[in-house]
Design a protein around this ligand. Structure first.
Ligand SMILES: NC(=O)c1ccc[n+]([C@@H]2O[C@H](COP(=O)([O-])OP(=O)(O)OC[C@H]3O[C@@H](n4cnc5c(N)ncnc54)[C@H](O)[C@@H]3O)[C@@H](O)[C@H]2O)c1
Ligand SMILES: [Zn+2]
Length: 371
């Protein structure tokens, strides 16, 4: 695998620029080039025992202080209480403005550590070291950080961009199958919303190579997805318009997650959501016939679900989507593709496409019921 560096550039009042390194053997390079007096290394109980030593060794190379915080693996840790623990341990270790934070793990650790970094001493720099496929292709890039609350997921947080991202695909060798497959749902999503060639490549066997964890294949999809996400985020850091296309499949997915009390992994719910939302797009918004079936067949090959789990009715998911919308105000909205690789209005918006559109509950129910 050839190591590649992708650049994320965000325009605006204070332009931000950082590198996303994708390759093998990158754990040894975490913190390269950043001279810091100390580091707060945040990881979880699955990832820490496997990779924290390698990262700690890389960070300690320059003689910097280091404090490691290991949180219980799983979404239940992504709460304010854990951030409090990170704050307190870092402060006790003597954290100062010339320290940095490192997030070593999946999206849970990334969101948590990023938020802790955003708030410690009014903002410390942080480095993302994503170890799940989902974190590599999605959560580690874009600067959204935060935690869950009893009222819902990700309701407390901050925009805080990392100063560097190290996606070492060798770490994916220990990721459980089900997690790898869930991450592939987001990869398929990028193909649908932005990159027909990625979708075609997956269909031509790249998908199976990823399932077999061929490092070159994994590096290829991470590179492609990071470049795509970086493009969208650069166009729309705060999700006013174009960034909404990343939510394809997610309106339904969030409804399923609520209706099942998070009984499915996020990527699994996204797979069902993409198929249902693409069907809605075909039936009611003139999307190319066959689009949802192309998505469904690729998802099935990945081992992803494409319809609602037993015992979960379309009506319940629609109800959950309606409840979800209260948080955002207005009607239920979906980002719907026109065909594989294309969102409506993609030409006007510099190839990225317009954001989401309002859909009716009846349209949603019908598209789900036939799932
Ligand atoms: N900030 C964003 O833009 C953004 C985008 C998408 C998702 N997210 C968030 O990301 C979270 C989901 O991320 P996730 O799917 O990575 O979940 P996760 O962090 O819980 O990781 C999934 C599981 O895999 C384990 N794991 C991770 N890497 C491993 C490895 N290399 N070897 C062995 N085990 C490993 C973890 O310990 C965990 O048990 C959610 O909280 C979601 O809200 C954030
Ligand atoms: Zn997602």
């Amino acid at each position: 695998v050839q190591t590649r560096a992708l650049q994320v550039e965000l325009p605006g009042g204070e332009p931000v620029r950082y590198q996303v390194w994708v390759g093998e053997g990158l754990l040894a390079r975490v913190g390269d080039g950043a001279t810091r007096a100390g580091w707060v290394l945040v990881t979880d109980t699955n990832v820490g025992p496997l990779y924290a030593d390698a990262v700690a060794a890389a960070l300690a190379g320059s003689g910097a202080a280091l404090t490691t915080i290991q949180v219980a693996a799983g979404e239940a840790s992504k709460v304010r209480r854990t951030v409090e623990r990170i704050h307190d341990q870092a402060l006790q270790a003597g954290v100062s403005r010339d320290w940095g934070v490192v997030a070593l793990g999946g999206g849970v650790v990334g969101d948590l550590a990023g938020f802790a970094a955003a708030t410690l001493l009014r903002g410390l720099p942080y480095v993302q070291v994503p170890t799940s496929l989902l974190a590599m292709v999605d959560s580690s890039v874009g600067g959204k950080t935060g935690v869950d609350t009893p009222a819902g997921k990700n309701l407390v947080g901050a925009f805080h961009q990392p100063e560097a991202v190290y996606a070492d695909v060798t770490t994916l060798s220990t990721l459980p199958d089900r997690e790898l497959i869930a991450g592939l749902a987001e990869v398929i999503k990028y193909g649908v919303i932005l990159d027909e060639q990625l979708f075609v490549d997956l269909d031509d066997g790249l998908l199976e190579s990823c399932l077999q964890r061929v490092p070159d294949a994994l590096a290829a999809i991470v590179n492609r997805c990071v470049a795509l996400k970086a493009g969208v985020v650069a166009a729309d850091e705060r999700e006013a318009g174009p960034r909404e296309i990343l939510n394809f499949g997610h309106t339904v997915a969030h409804g399923i997650e609520r209706a099942t009390d998070f009984g499915l992994l996020h990527g699994e719910a996204v797979a069902v959501g993409m198929v249902a939302e693409a069907r809605l797009a075909e039936r009611f918004r003139g999307a190319e016939a066959g689009t949802s079936e192309l998505i469904a067949s690729l998802c099935r090959r990945a081992g992803l679900p494409v319809k609602l789990p037993q015992g979960v009715s379309a009506a319940r998911v629609v109800e959950a989507a309606r409840a979800d919308k209260k948080v955002r105000a207005g009607s239920i909205r979906c980002a719907l593709p026109e065909q594989i690789g294309r969102m409506p209005g993609h030409r006007q918006a510099g190839g990225i496409g317009a954001g989401a559109v309002a859909v009716t509950e009846a349209e949603l129910a019908e598209s789900l019921a036939s799932a």
